[in-house]
Design a protein around this ligand. Structure first.
Ligand SMILES: *Cc1c(COP(=O)(O)O)cnc(C)c1O
Length: 481
């Protein structure tokens, strides 16, 4: 306590005293234009931080003349640079060359043009979000998409919330509050980012009743677990892992028959869920919404931004009676979607009415079905510009690779693809550091490029590269960074 201050702090610092005050700098002629653009508070803070840096330099021995040269030009550009850097948008466009088409950390599905236009319209204008244009009375926002969803899934009714996690939470809370919900032990999943089914159940105030074992669950496991407190049978799509070997699970149709025989509903969390059979495009098959409904599921939940290829949303389809109960839950208001999401979702659903041209209009499907020939052409055009940009630093070559759909769709299925593979010149010791530096350089590009590290190289899977011109144009930056 109260130790004497180090003498260096008490010593006079004649140089630092020669620096102007913040207020003095703020009177300079170029300042008003900066204030108009960045705001007074940000400009003051930037001036202060430059003055602090200069003061430190002077204390460290730099002469006041060198730290604060005459003229204002250098000060203006330094201020402008700092202010621009601090004001730069945090959310930025990137190239997703990870090989995971629906990458949760990179924003999942890319929206089709028609959805982008619809979203922009809804952002810019007043819209009939909850207004019936025919009668001039209050409407229900779900009606904007309900017909499309009924048509695509065969369900009686539909409602939309913020994401599938919200859909599951809301459905459980609406249909089984303080009662029991039966789930197979093989389906108690964790989806990345803290969606763990048992935790969601607890927060929904329902009691989880686990049945079966990790690898095998049979119909009579469910049957024995049904009691007076049971409210719901559930089936959860094990979307991000696959079980092999001695396994058994009960089909949705058998579970539906059991549930209905006991007067209970069956809920299915399909996770990704496809509206159409992907086999049509020679992609690995994935359970569809219509199949679940046909199998007898009374309520099915799925994500808007996974295989559907739309905006982030959680969609619930099923029996009108159950959807009505969900609509009555006050939690729904807390989880509802906005007009921008609904506008985009409606446009995406409309595209599904013409499956013949879906792969052309829906980016998710277009990327998933990109032909080998197209990828090869792209790779051959990119190879030389990439080699030039990395000359002396890394070798670039084309290699076969495998993309995945991502976001818990088809965890084991892979799509054959092509990658630009970058191998640092540094071998042996230091090769790891060189690889990390290379990765960082690509991330520092004006449009950051995100690849994946594998076998001592950086792999850029070309499947999701669709703006070739923008990609090539920025490559020369790699020589300087
Ligand atoms: C992805 C997924 C979720 C979570 O959906 P979000 O839309 O990311 O909230 C829940 N359940 C399953 C089975 C999933 O695959």
């Amino acid at each position: 306590m109260n130790e004497p201050l180090p003498s260096s702090l008490l010593a006079p610092r004649p140089g630092a005293a020669a620096l102007p005050s913040v207020d003095r700098v703020l009177t300079l002629g170029f300042v008003p234009a900066l204030i108009a653009r960045f705001g007074r508070r940000a400009v003051s803070a930037a001036v202060r931080s430059i003055l602090d840096d200069k003061r430190r330099q002077i204390v460290a021995g730099v002469t006041p003349e060198a730290a604060w040269p005459p003229g204002e030009g250098w000060l203006e550009s330094e201020l402008r640079e700092r202010l621009a850097a601090a004001a730069a948008p945090r959310l930025r466009r990137v190239f997703n060359l990870t090989g995971t088409v629906l990458h949760t950390n990179l924003g999942r599905a890319l929206l089709p043009e028609s959805a982008i236009e619809a979203a922009v319209m809804a952002m810019r204008s007043a819209v009939n979000l909850e207004y019936d244009l025919e009668s001039g009375t209050r409407g229900e926002r779900d009606e904007l998409v309900e017909d499309w969803l009924r048509e695509a899934t065969g369900a009686e009714a539909a409602t939309v919330v913020n994401n599938n996690a919200a859909a599951v939470l809301l459905a459980l809370n609406s249909l089984a509050h303080k009662r029991e919900v039966i789930v197979s032990r093989g389906e108690l999943i964790e989806i990345g980012g803290a969606f763990r089914l048992p935790d969601v159940m607890a927060r929904a105030s329902v009691k989880l009743v686990e049945v079966g074992t990790t690898n095998r669950t049979h119909l009579d496991d469910y049957e024995h677990a049904i009691g007076p407190k049971t409210a719901l049978l559930t089936k959860v799509h094990t979307s991000n892992f696959a079980m092999q070997g001695f396994t058994a699970a009960v089909a949705e149709s058998d579970l539906a028959t059991l549930a209905h025989g006991r007067g209970l509903p069956l809920m299915v969390d399909l996770g990704s869920g496809a509206l159409l059979d992907l086999g049509r495009w020679e992609l690995p098959s994935q359970p569809t919404l219509a199949e679940s409904i046909r199998a007898g599921a009374d309520l099915v939940t799925f994500s808007g931004d996974k295989l559907l290829g739309g905006p982030q949303a959680g969609i619930l389809v099923g029996r009108a009676k159950l959807i009505d109960r969900i609509r009555e839950n006050p939690l729904r208001r807390a989880l509802r979607v906005d007009k921008v999401t609904l506008a985009a979702l409606e446009a995406v659903l409309r595209l599904y009415r013409a499956p013949e041209s879906l792969a052309r209009h829906l980016p998710t499907l277009r990327l998933l079905t990109r032909s080998r020939a197209e990828l090869t052409g792209l790779g051959e055009r990119l190879l030389v510009p990439m080699q030039n940009a990395l000359a002396g630093r890394a070798e670039a070559g084309l290699r076969d690779c495998e993309s995945q759909i991502g976001s818990g769709s088809l965890p084991v299925d892979r799509l054959p693809s092509l990658a630009l593979v970058l191998v640092p010149m540094t071998k042996g010791r230091g090769s790891g550091t060189a690889l990390k530096a290379l990765e960082a350089s690509l991330r520092k590009l004006p449009l950051p490029v995100i690849g994946r590290v594998q076998e001592g190289a950086l792999w850029l899977d070309l499947r999701c590269l669709d703006d070739e011109a923008a990609f090539v144009q920025q490559l020369p930056w790699l020589r300087e960074n």
